[in-house]
Design a protein around this ligand. Structure first.
Ligand SMILES: [Zn+2]
Length: 349
């Protein structure tokens, strides 16, 4: 097969493959076009002339510069209907890319602090999830993230505000600027969430200050159920051993997880983690800010960069579906669809 034909064949394979996504921030799916539509509906003035000008402002060179643009963008999200529209648009897009099931993050502090009631945020998202499941068949659940760069008290207030809606949530996570904000800053929050029956995950962003200590805290001190990103684990055989003992799943996002240096050599995160036998999935993170790179595009990028085979791609999708926070029966149904796809494609796994 010629190189171009092989590339197209691989892209079609990835697009058609049944998938699951666990590392997507709903606010990060807010496309510039929707920002303008919501701004008009809500009478909010945007500091850009048009969609193209706004997209040109999406220039980031590190986590803080990204977060500044990202949080500014949320100001158009004000009503229950806005959160419904945001969530439904993401689920429709994910469904069009053969995502069977998603666990999505949201940042309540960012909305509560702007005066938006938590009932509107969770209510709109929950209604969109139900409609998307009924109309499109895509399953989903919701993960509340603590913003680690705000105070512990601010995060606790958001958790307390959200706990009356705990049946609409599946877990809690930890995101935003990691520098000097270790997982243990939120130990009490994670414990309270767990006591309420929620699962626990945490971002360990790539190449951050104190990255290995943060990974250790997440794995050992907090004993998370899942880690988001986590690529620097490749620098610690000891932590790799702990993660494998715990069958820990890592939600990797190629757009944000570049290379990490291992023994003086740059290593692609997905390739390195797969070769270490770690349970990796591929996810889109903040697609609206990554040139509309949703899960299919993220997988194509990872396939090229890490030279993934079709069998490895199926393994990655299997890892994702297998780590769903769902009943074994529902998981088995999704995994059966992936197995049927692999068989039809002649891919042995
Ligand atoms: Zn993230």
């Amino acid at each position: 097969m010629h190189a171009l034909a092989a590339q197209q064949d691989m892209a079609a394979f990835i697009a058609a493959m049944p998938k699951a996504e666990y590392h997507v921030h709903l606010e990060g799916t807010l496309e510039a076009e929707m920002k303008f539509a919501l701004a008009e509906r809500n009478g909010v003035k945007l500091p850009y002339a048009d969609v193209a000008a706004m997209k040109r402002s999406y220039v980031f060179h590190d986590l803080p510069t990204f977060l500044k643009v990202y949080y500014e963008g949320m100001n158009v999200l004000l009503t229950e209907r806005d959160f419904y529209d945001l969530c439904y648009a993401y689920l429709a897009k994910a469904h069009s890319q053969n995502v069977l099931y998603a666990e999505m993050f949201f940042d309540p502090q960012q909305h509560i602090d702007r005066g938006v009631p938590i009932a509107a945020v969770i209510g709109g998202i929950t209604r969109a999830r139900a409609d998307a499941e009924a109309k499109l068949g895509i399953g989903s659940q919701l993960i509340l993230c603590f913003m680690r760069d705000l105070t512990a008290d601010n995060a606790m207030a958001a958790l307390d505000a959200a706990l009356p809606y705990k049946d609409k949530l599946v877990g809690v996570g930890l995101d935003s600027d990691e520098k000097d904000n270790p997982p243990t800053k939120f130990a009490a929050h994670f414990a309270k969430a767990r006591a309420a029956g929620l699962k626990v995950t945490a971002h360990c962003d790539v190449n951050q200050k104190d990255t290995l200590e943060h990974l250790r805290e997440a794995l050992v001190d907090i004993a998370v159920d899942r880690i988001d990103h986590g690529g620097n684990i490749l620098q610690s055989p000891e932590l790799i051993g702990i993660a494998k003992t715990k069958d820990m799943a890592f939600t990797v996002c190629p757009s944000f997880s570049g290379k990490v240096v291992v023994d003086g050599q740059p290593v692609e995160v997905v390739r390195g983690m797969l070769d270490q036998g770690l349970k990796v999935s591929i996810n889109s993170d903040d697609p609206a800010y990554m040139g509309s790179s949703y899960i299919t595009e993220a997988m194509i990028e990872a396939q090229v960069r890490s030279r993934l085979t079709k069998a490895e791609l199926v393994r990655i999708s299997h890892n994702a579906l297998d780590t769903a926070w769902l009943t074994p029966e529902r998981k088995a149904g999704y995994l059966g669809k992936l197995a049927a796809f692999a068989k039809a494609q002649g891919v042995a796994v």
